[in-house]
Design a protein around this ligand. Structure first.
Ligand SMILES: Cc1cc2nc3c(=O)[nH]c(=O)nc-3n(C[C@H](O)[C@H](O)[C@H](O)COP(=O)(O)OP(=O)(O)OC[C@H]3O[C@@H](n4cnc5c(N)ncnc54)[C@H](O)[C@@H]3O)c2cc1C
Length: 410
């Protein structure tokens, strides 16, 4: 089957964006969660690092960013600071600035882009609002942004990640999640992840290996956004999707607006240099008592600090990188793909490509569908391609999934 041509598309380029340089933080081999904790510890009570990467309880998500911003604000307030510069207007920066403001501390947010939200961005496609960055409120029961969405009465839709409408290119699929649980239980966390996984796979028969490889593509690489060779074995223990997650059919933008309301936010204020001494901090000509810096890890690594960051922080930063995840949202004349229970689809191909899809048709009231691609697959499918080529290629993968689903149902 050849895919119908979409009417419109939005193709993300988070990995090439100088202010994100990827999707979310990931621990390289040798790294563990204690580094997230170390990096969130204040430096000379002047510089405070915050953002999704510096949440040791749960990283990489919007509420990880928010919580880490609140934590940094609390630490700053304990220093009696009266004026604070917050760098970055993503959820970490907005959370920090709100919390400071609530305590009567003056907070100035310097944001490089011409919009707030960072890796959260609700764009318009064919007149419909679509999230081209984060979409789900994850770990729903524990998520403070979910509580805010409830208070604001925002429409929400649950996604049951354990019940996708799933198909593989090479025949029926046994239980992927069970295969993943088996792998998680067996892999030795003290060994490099790639070799630990290879050792585990070698203990399996051919059929079990096939399913285990799909489980790795879907539950590890698509989640972390990196190939196994670049991941710490502790990635297996980091929390992620699959805890009652819900998405916002009208977009995350509503939560962002609420978070940013009433704050002093200066857009198009890129920061390259942060200086501090016993008297305070200086950033872009502004002086203050302290600075909360919430930029993503690669941007942080490129910043200049006077004095330099302590050695332990520099070493810790070297054990972080960014996962690679991109999204395409496609709009069609009509829905031509099989309908699933709550719109969640999985496609298992070799090599992996557009593996995860969210059918937005019922939620948005128009034939829209969003696909995700991660890790090495991003390079394979994006290199030297225009947005149109990326979008049409994703359509072909969706069509292959649809053929496989129909074949399974025959
Ligand atoms: C495609 C995709 C899908 C995702 N899906 C989900 C999901 O469904 N659920 C979920 O919970 N999370 C998801 N995430 C992750 C989530 O978006 C991030 O973890 C979270 O938004 C990070 O927030 P933050 O405030 O730490 O960083 P950011 O949102 O990156 O904010 C940092 C801010 O700093 C600004 N900045 C950067 N450099 C400078 C500079 N030099 N000077 C001044 N400002 C600067 C940036 O412009 C940005 O506004 C997804 C991410 C991506 C890319």
């Amino acid at each position: 089957m050849s895919a119908p041509r979409p009417l419109a598309w939005h193709v993300t380029r988070w990995c090439d964006d100088p202010y994100s340089q990827g999707a979310y933080s990931a621990l390289l081999p040798g790294g563990d969660v204690s580094l997230r904790h170390l990096l969130s510890t204040p430096i000379d009570n002047r510089l405070f690092l915050a953002g999704e990467a510096f949440n040791h309880a749960h990283a990489a998500m919007t509420h990880s960013a928010w919580d880490s911003g609140l934590r940094a604000a609390q630490a700053v307030a304990a220093t009696q600071a009266r004026k604070v510069i917050v760098i970055g207007a993503g959820f970490a920066g907005l959370g920090a600035a709100r919390a400071l403001q609530a305590q009567g501390v003056e907070a100035y947010v310097l944001e490089a882009r011409d919009r707030i939200g960072g890796r959260v961005h609700s764009a318009s496609l064919g007149g419909h609002c679509v999230d081209v960055g984060a979409a789900w409120l994850q770990q729903y029961a524990l998520n403070p942004l979910a509580r805010r969405a409830e208070q604001l009465g925002l429409e929400r839709r649950p996604t049951d990640f354990s019940q996708p409408l799933a198909a593989a290119w090479d025949g029926p699929l046994p239980d992927i999640n069970r295969a993943y649980e088996g792998l998680k239980a067996a892999v030795d966390r003290t060994q490099p992840l790639a070799s630990g996984v290879e050792r585990y796979l070698a203990t399996l028969g051919a059929d079990e290996q096939r399913v285990a490889r799909y489980a790795i593509d879907a539950n590890l690489i698509l989640e972390a956004g990196l190939p196994l060779e670049q991941l710490s074995a502790h990635t297996l223990d980091e929390e992620g999707v699959g805890h009652g997650d819900q998405f916002l059919p009208q977009g995350y933008g509503q939560l962002l607006e609420d978070a940013g309301a009433g704050l002093d936010i200066r857009l198009k204020h890129a920061v390259q240099h942060i200086a501090w001494d016993a008297h305070g901090v200086q950033v872009n000509g502004l002086r203050a008592d302290a600075c909360i810096c919430t930029v993503p890890i690669p941007v942080l690594k490129q910043m200049h600090f006077s004095p330099g960051l302590p050695q332990a922080y520099r070493q810790a930063l070297e054990l972080f990188t960014m996962g690679r995840l991109e999204k395409v949202v496609l709009q069609f004349e009509e829905r031509w793909w099989p309908v699933s229970r709550d719109g969640y689809l999985r496609w298992y191909d070799a090599p992996a490509n557009w593996g995860e899809w969210l059918d937005l048709t019922d939620a948005v009231g128009a034939p829209l569908i969003a696909g995700l691609i991660a890790g090495d697959a991003v390079d394979r499918h994006y290199r030297d391609k225009t947005d149109q080529q990326v979008a049409l290629d994703a359509c072909e993968k969706l069509a292959a999934w649809a053929v496989a689903i129909r074949r399974n149902n025959d």
